[in-house]
Design a protein around this ligand. Structure first.
Ligand SMILES: *Cc1c(COP(=O)(O)O)cnc(C)c1O
Length: 404
């Protein structure tokens, strides 16, 4: 079986983790701080906070901004459930917007969805392909949209407009007009979950890139407290002489990253562009060459003048098939020893959101993308021969179904 997305665990990662285990410090400490610094340099942004997941990062930032009951947060209908579940956690209302042909949230759709209750826009770089950020960032600063916004917390009043918080779970290393993901919006959140391009088993990072007069470094300090019980000192600081006394300033969360996780991230970040992304790009190009020849294949966009993907997953669509046919194709592919996937089942199709009253028929492009989509494996250890096997099996399976 060719698996879908095994993590890259080589000797370098094992050595870094073992060294951490032997170092006498395994939770948040020097390695987490160094990983944060390296990520901030990599993304060319003022500050990065590492946490135990992207989900935790998204929720922490919604809470930091004061999102609460009665507020609306605009999200794509086509994403993973984490993107919208965190809005529910805050008691606010997810407002779904349909996808575009590139799988990402439609910028036109966002404009139509804005109301006087909109506090945040939460776009997602599906498969690592950046959204149309110039359009989104311009929209939130447009005079009539700014006038519609009413800030009810200090943070909301300071920003004076809708916050753009991007779910960049897939897009570490992607670029938009030469700028790296992480620095494309006010706030962005990466995931280092086991299936993501760079993994720490579980983990995430919040990229702080807020405009003046916000002080991103100060906000970082505050978020360290907020993500650790509201406690004024972390465990590492408490080990210093005289450091035992602490205060608790709010009922904070418990979302911190451990140094074991950070060790995995540190092993990967320095070679991410020159090794991981190069390898993934090669796989994308090899798939593209194979499927270009198939009339029925609709290839994903992954590079244009403005955007470069992080090559997270290869989203193949088959023209003119039904959801049932797609499911049959997937079964055939699995029967032939290849694991594939679907990214994603649109949220309005899931029980939670259906029961909240959302209806997939309001998101026709998301449904169309989903119903014809098959995600092909992309990962570091996938060899050229395996890529060819995946392509052969996929082509054979599709043709058996559509010619039937
Ligand atoms: C993986 C993923 C997340 C959640 O990441 P965690 O680190 O597992 O919390 C959020 N959004 C999208 C689009 C994802 O694919």
């Amino acid at each position: 079986m060719i698996p879908f997305s095994p993590p890259r665990i080589d000797q370098k990662i094992i050595d870094e983790v073992v060294e951490t285990l032997k170092s006498g410090w395994i939770t948040t400490g020097p390695r987490t701080k160094l990983f944060e610094k390296k990520l901030a340099e990599y993304c060319n942004i003022p500050s990065v906070l590492c946490l135990n997941s992207a989900t935790a990062g998204l929720e922490l930032m919604l809470r930091w901004f004061g999102v609460k009951e009665g507020d609306e947060v605009i999200v794509p209908a086509y994403t993973y459930c984490a993107t919208a579940n965190v809005i529910i956690h805050c008691g606010a209302t997810p407002v779904f917007v349909d996808a575009g042909e590139d799988f990402n949230i439609s910028a036109e759709g966002i404009e139509k969805a804005i109301t006087e209750n909109t506090k945040v826009i939460l776009p997602v770089d599906i498969a690592g392909f950046p959204c149309n950020y110039d359009e989104i960032n311009t929209l939130v600063k447009r005079k009539d949209i700014v006038e519609l916004f009413s800030g009810s917390t200090k943070e909301q009043q300071t920003l004076g407009r809708i916050l753009v918080l991007s779910d960049a779970a897939h897009s570490l290393g992607a670029t938009y007009k030469g700028k790296k993901s992480g620095g494309l919006t006010d706030l962005s959140v990466f995931s280092f979950h086991a299936v993501k391009n760079l993994t720490t088993a579980e983990g995430g990072a919040v990229c702080l890139n807020l405009p003046e007069p916000f002080d991103n470094k100060k906000i970082y300090d505050y978020l360290c407290v907020k993500s650790l019980h509201g406690q004024s000192k972390d465990a590492f600081a408490k080990t210093k002489i005289g450091g035992w006394r602490y205060d608790v300033v709010e009922a904070g969360y418990k979302n911190n990253m451990t140094d074991i996780q950070a060790a995995m991230g540190l092993a990967e970040i320095d070679r991410y562009d020159t090794d991981m992304l190069v390898k993934r790009k090669k796989i994308f190009n090899r798939y593209s060459k194979r499927f270009e020849k198939c009339e029925w294949a609709e290839l994903p966009q992954f590079e244009n003048n403005d955007k470069k993907t992080s090559y997270h997953v290869f989203l193949l669509r088959i023209k003119n098939i039904t959801e049932t046919q797609r499911d049959e194709i997937i079964n055939k592919i699995f029967d032939n020893g290849v694991a594939v996937n679907v990214h994603f089942i649109p949220l309005p199709m899931l029980s939670l959101y259906k029961n909240l009253g959302y209806d997939i028929s309001d998101y026709p492009v998301a449904y169309d993308n989903y119903s014809r989509e098959i995600s092909l494996p992309v990962y570091y250890s996938l060899s050229d021969t395996q890529v060819d096997t995946v392509a052969d099996v996929a082509i054979r399976s599709v043709e058996e179904i559509i010619n039937n």
